[in-house]
Design a protein around this ligand. Structure first.
Ligand code: ZN
Length: 203
């Protein structure tokens, strides 16, 4: 199943009064859970206050609206790649990649590209975090797999390998599947690459 619906772009007109949002002015954003996923609302703070609603938002936050800039200065290549990689991964929705997706989102948050807007604990105990792209306002709903600290380093290495192009998505997905979730891999059935073997011994 495609998880396209976990990405929602920010609107440029108010969801309630349909008038344009004002550049650099406060905006209220909300996600409404629907049968098919999420519906996104962006609106003037006054409209949010006064509009009649018969629903409770899954998530809601205050932000600042930035009108799209026509000619943007190019960001350093790596940052763009990271954002693009996240978009690709969220769209792919491969359960084997859930750790990678989450760690990448956290890395993008630390480099101030994303901002966390909300965190929702689900009935099954998992947490869904809502991240917003600071620049274009797109939101990503991302599952927090509650990674254990000892697994974090390994996942970070995979993310770095993806960004630097030394590993493909397919290779990382295979590794993650082989891990069988949280258990550290002792008996890898595949022959590890020399550097991985060295890592295992150092463990
Ligand atoms: Zn409005």
């Amino acid at each position: 199943m495609s998880q396209e619906w976990n990405i929602r772009s920010r609107g440029h007109i108010c969801s309630f009064c349909q008038k344009p949002l004002v550049d650099r002015a406060p905006v209220v954003s909300a996600l409404k859970e629907t049968a098919g996923g999420y519906e996104r609302f962006d609106c003037h703070p006054e409209c949010w206050k006064t509009a009649e609603r018969d629903w409770t938002p899954f998530s809601q936050w205050d932000g600042v609206y930035f009108a799209p800039v026509k000619e943007e200065k190019k960001e350093p290549l790596k940052k763009e790649d990271a954002g693009e990689l996240l978009r690709k991964l969220v769209t792919l929705d491969d359960p084997a990649m859930k750790n990678v997706v989450y760690v990448l989102a956290v890395m993008l948050e630390r480099s101030k590209i994303l901002v966390e807007r909300d965190a929702r604990e689900q009935e099954d105990g998992t947490i869904r975090r809502v991240y917003e792209d600071r620049k274009n306002g797109d939101t990503f709903v991302i599952l927090d797999p509650r990674l254990r600290l000892e697994n974090l380093g390994e996942v970070q290495q995979q993310v770095v390998a993806l960004l630097s192009g030394t590993k493909t998505l397919g290779e990382v997905a295979k590794e993650e599947e082989g891990d069988g979730g949280d258990a550290p891999k002792e008996d890898a059935t595949e022959t590890p690459a020399p550097d991985e073997a060295a890592d295992a011994k150092a463990d």
